[in-house]
Design a protein around this ligand. Structure first.
Ligand SMILES: Cc1cc2nc3c(=O)[nH]c(=O)nc-3n(C[C@H](O)[C@H](O)[C@H](O)COP(=O)(O)OP(=O)(O)OC[C@H]3O[C@@H](n4cnc5c(N)ncnc54)[C@H](O)[C@@H]3O)c2cc1C
Ligand code: HEM
Length: 559
């Protein structure tokens, strides 16, 4: 299956959408509504691609929001003191029967994770459109919501719309699949959690142990995963609270403890890759003997689907902001010393800011500080910083707030997410990267990884679509890289070039792709990665299919 997440980028009314052909223009005119029903749309597209009808792709018709219905307008309305639930602030217990009665546009309640919201006033403000929201009317919409945008911060956005809790157990409660092996009470003094181990996942379930010296606490996690690496270990501790998440395929194991005593901020993480052992070494603040590791917190020692685990955020400091082009900036964020986090190639993080008192979340794909030209050292970049290349929209709510951050200010950054797997590149001989605008961001780490660590690659070609020359990100660096490494080739394609542009001109099209995407040998193993606004990605995927590339050979980047 092609793995297509919910939302594509660049953002809705980005200039970069011009690169996506005629249909993109019509979507463009709808402003941010071109984001609407993205996941569905791309999923629909792929369904169509899967069926062998050969008919052109269907594009879902998008409903633009009325003027005065932006997120900022919604935030203002929620702060206006208006009774949003019709219950004058009273919270009630809602039965399933009661919930089901509120299933009309003019009276619509939705349950998410056991809490019921009156979304009637939000209807006209929902960027996904009223019809999408109505799909969950009068029901438990948790699964639907999670399928489309589990990262959207509905709790904060709908705070004033809260009707109350479901009186019965919610249908779509988080799907915890298993817990851990028997805990060693004598070692850590914690009570084992009484959770059922499912046969299938039992073998995969990590376990942990701990020991101490006078000055150190060492926690050892046995992941049972042979190819363990630093990207699969995410650790945070603040005060006495320790959170360690281990990624095992599509699952997540969590160690979450209120430590018995205080520890220093810095810590060490050792990974025995082949045996899958992770050691977390904490420095005791006081030279005392710990009787127990600490008190287990709510999700301690659980093993569940990654997508069922809530997003975790830590505060990162903005340490540098530099201009990349006239509207795009490179932000450098410093992770806390007490965090161990590496964003894997092809994955994104979510940034969270409080805007006018409401939490707002948006996804961004980390890049490198620059394109390394010397490919001797694998992963030579540092791990304490996260670099983000972000286009600032003059009317964009989130990016404007971001641009107003001062050096030294903090912003919340989530754990990484995304479906791209490096193994997709590791077996390829030809790699083609199709990017439009800030759709370039996932290609940065991918390029570095491919040229540094994948020896079987014969050709790496980036086909970079932009509107004008001024919009091209890191043009010089890309050109230098092409000079330096013979395997790498760059092709810029502009949709609205100035008269003096001698390069290629046009939008993504079948003929353009057939010109630039060619196997170096008849039977070469090829991977084509594509990232840009939804219409660009959709069309690209379709053209590639028409050109005879299989699903396994094409990876579209979306959220
Ligand atoms: C997986 C993923 C990774 C991403 N990575 C990156 C990245 O690395 N870099 C990057 O720059 N972006 C990235 N994006 C896009 C990013 O998440 C945001 O969508 C983008 O930054 C816009 O945010 P904003 O809130 O400032 O803009 P918005 O407020 O969403 O506005 C965007 C534009 O639409 C216009 N607009 C807003 N509302 C309306 C309306 N009702 N009618 C008409 N026009 C309207 C605004 O004027 C503005 O021009 C990524 C997206 C995804 C899904
Ligand atoms: C449960 C039923 C729901 C469905 C089927 C649904 C569907 C969608 C779809 C298809 C989109 C556009 C694609 C995307 O941007 O990911 C969207 C966007 C959005 N939805 Fe929903 N939605 C639902 C509920 C909600 C609720 C309850 C909220 C409450 C806050 C919400 C907030 C948003 C926001 C903020 C966006 C824009 C995301 C962005 O691009 O920044 N949705 N929704």
């Amino acid at each position: 299956m092609l793995n297509v997440p919910p939302q594509a980028f660049p953002a809705p009314s980005s200039q970069q959408r011009a690169a996506a052909g005629g249909r993109a223009k019509s979507l463009d005119q709808r402003g941010s509504q071109s984001m609407v029903m993205l996941k569905r749309k791309v999923l629909d597209t792929l369904k169509i691609l899967h069926c062998q009808s050969g008919r052109p792709m269907a594009i879902t018709s998008l409903v633009p929001l009325k003027p005065g219905r932006s997120l900022m307008d919604w935030i203002r309305l929620t702060k206006s003191g208006k009774d949003m639930t019709g219950l004058k602030g009273r919270l009630i217990e809602v039965t399933e029967d009661e919930l089901a009665k509120h299933n009309k546009k003019e009276d619509c309640w939705i349950c998410i994770r056991g809490f019921v919201y009156n979304v009637t006033p939000y209807m006209e403000y929902h960027p996904g459109g009223e019809d999408e929201l109505m799909k969950a009317a009068g029901t438990d919409g948790t699964d639907l919501f999670d399928q489309v945008h589990r990262w959207v911060n509905y709790e904060s956005m709908l705070k004033e719309c809260l009707v109350g809790r479901m009186a019965v157990k919610p249908i779509a409660a988080p799907k915890e699949i298993t817990s851990v092996c028997e805990e060693k009470k004598q070692l850590n003094g914690m009570l084992p959690e009484k959770k059922v181990l499912s046969g299938a996942s039992k073998d995969l379930t990590p376990s942990y142990d701990w020991f101490q010296t006078d000055s150190l606490i060492t926690i050892v996690i046995y992941t049972k995963q042979k190819d363990m690496n630093a990207e699969l270990v995410i650790l945070d501790h603040e005060d006495k609270r320790l959170r360690g998440e281990i990624i095992v395929d599509d699952y997540s194991y969590l160690l979450e403890v209120d430590l018995d005593h205080a520890v220093e901020e810095d810590m060490a993480v050792n990974i025995a890759e082949k045996v899958g052992k992770v050691e977390i070494i904490l420095k005791k603040k006081d030279n005392v003997h710990w009787k127990i590791l600490g008190q287990p917190l709510e999700s301690h020692n659980t093993f569940m689907k990654r997508t069922d685990r809530g997003l975790f955020y830590r505060k990162c400091k903005l340490v540098l902001k530099t201009e990349v082009t006239h509207d795009t900036k490179l932000f450098c964020l410093l992770l806390p010393e007490s965090t161990h986090l590496r964003v894997p190639t092809g994955q994104h993080v979510y940034l969270k800011q409080i805007i006018a008192g409401t939490e707002v979340v948006k996804p961004y794909t980390p890049v490198l500080p620059f394109l390394p030209l010397d490919f001797k050292e694998p992963s030579c970049h540092d791990s304490a910083h996260i670099y983000l290349m972000i286009k600032i929209y003059s009317c964009g709510l989130f990016t404007q707030a971001l641009d107003h951050l001062q050096i030294g200010d903090c912003i919340s950054v989530s754990n990484p997410e995304g479906s791209f797997k490096k193994s997709q590149v590791q077996t390829s001989e030809d790699l083609f990267l199709l990017a439009a605008g800030t759709g370039f961001t996932p290609m940065v780490k991918l390029l570095n990884f491919a040229l540094t660590e994948v020896s079987c690659l014969r050709t790496v070609k980036l086909i970079f679509f932009n509107r004008t020359e001024d919009d091209i990100l890191w043009r010089n660096q890309l050109e230098q890289l092409a000079l330096k490494d013979q395997r790498f080739e760059i092709q810029f394609i502009l949709s609205q070039p100035k008269k003096d542009w001698v390069g290629k001109q046009g939008m993504i099209s079948s003929s353009l792709l057939s010109e630039f995407v060619k196997r170096s040998r008849k039977d070469s193993k090829v991977l084509i990665c594509i990232c840009g606004p939804t219409p660009f990605t959709e069309q690209g995927v379709q053209y590639l299919k028409d050109l005879g590339y299989s699903q396994e050979e094409v990876h579209p980047f979306t959220a």
